[in-house]
Design a binder for this molecule. Structure first.
Ligand SMILES: NC(=O)c1ccc[n+]([C@@H]2O[C@H](COP(=O)([O-])OP(=O)(O)OC[C@H]3O[C@@H](n4cnc5c(N)ncnc54)[C@H](O)[C@@H]3O)[C@@H](O)[C@H]2O)c1
Length: 313
């Protein structure tokens, strides 16, 4: 099965994620059944999808005249069996409960053809360990981020039995829909982004619960600093700008001995100041590298100000 063969998909669960993932499929020309247990959830989902598409049209991302056609490609239904008929790709986005997921996969196994790809949007559950289906080669995790019609990344996680064909078809499908994919080598609970997120949240709640800072101050502080730096230098390259020796000593003080950084320091690589740290800067001088960073920082800072990003939404 090649990604170009996928003309019909089903999204199971029309909640926060399901409805907007169904929207992305439909925006990309795929006939998409959207399934929920609850008719009122489906109605709410259609209202939200229409509103999302109008926002995208207002911004110029899609043509207003395309909205009707996109909406026509989404088929809301409570009938799972009907939704699975002739479907090549199923995206499961029901509630994050093991038992509920086990039940829905048993039904999907029964209703879908044996080579239909079954992709879970789980935020971190090891579906490979508890989902029992025929042909587990076609089971995969695609973890989207809200809102899926804007955020480019989808994490793709294969299980031990997932076939290379399933991985390739899934990645090609996502790429054809304009997504960037991050393929994990193996399943790790909560994948990459949510693991970072939960570390941030642990620190965040400690500070808020201890009354060291208000929630509003927290968000403003984070936007003022991370908001400008993170999109340009990420969290790894930032260490090159800090300087590896300073970073290493600081980490050691908090009990984290970093062998990778220590080795780079021993080899004389201190980051931007020596033209090589975790990243290799080629033959650019320190001043040139800093200039390249700063021009981007300045543009981003001013743009964030222009769109009022430092005020709460
Ligand atoms: N909310 C997020 O930001 C986010 C981000 C990434 C991944 N996820 C994951 O995506 C999945 C869905 O999350 P959500 O936030 O959209 O949940 P949600 O509660 O908003 O929506 C879940 C929907 O699934 C429906 N449902 C439950 N059982 C069903 C069944 N058997 N058949 C059909 N529909 C059924 C519910 O009625 C509900 O409308 C979860 O696995 C979650 O961990 C969520």
């Amino acid at each position: 099965l090649s990604h170009t063969d996928i003309s019909k998909a089903a999204v199971i669960g029309a909640g926060v994620m399901g409805h907007s993932i169904a929207q992305v499929f439909a925006q990309n020309g795929i006939e998409t059944s959207m399934v929920d247990l609850d008719q009122t959830k489906l109605e709410r989902a259609m209202v939200l999808i229409k509103s999302n598409l109008e926002t995208l049209a207002e911004y110029g991302e899609i043509h207003k005249s395309d909205i009707v056609e996109i909406l026509k490609r989404i088929h809301p239904t409570t009938d799972l069996r009907f939704a699975c008929k002739d479907t090549q790709f199923v995206l499961e986005a029901i509630n994050e409960f093991i038992e509920a997921k086990q039940k829905i996969y048993a039904l999907l196994d029964e209703y879908c053809s044996a080579d239909t790809i079954l992709a879970s949007n789980t935020s971190g559950l090891d579906v490979f360990s508890f989902v029992k289906i025929n042909n587990p080669k076609r089971l995969i995790i695609t973890h989207w981020f809200a809102p899926p019609y804007i955020i480019p990344l989808v994490e793709v996680v294969p299980g031990e039995q997932t076939s290379k064909e399933t991985v390739d078809t899934t990645i090609n499908l996502l790429k054809s829909m304009g997504k960037r994919t991050l393929l994990l080598k193996q399943f790790v609970p909560h994948f990459i982004i949510n693991r970072i997120h939960s570390a941030i949240e642990t620190a965040m709640w400690e500070m808020i619960e201890n009354d060291w800072i208000t929630p509003e101050e927290m968000d403003l502080a984070v936007k003022d600093v991370f908001g400008i730096r993170l999109p340009i230098i990420g969290i790894v390259q930032k260490i090159d700008f800090t300087g590896l020796n300073l970073y290493f000593d600081g980490a050691k003080d908090t009990g984290n001995h970093n062998a990778r950084i220590e080795k780079l320091i021993e080899e004389g690589h201190l980051g931007v100041q020596t033209g090589r740290g975790i990243y290799d800067y080629g033959d650019r001088t320190e001043a040139e590298i800093i200039r390249d960073r700063d021009l981007k920082f300045l543009k981003l800072r001013d743009y964030l100000n222009k769109i009022d990003a430092f005020k709460p939404v």
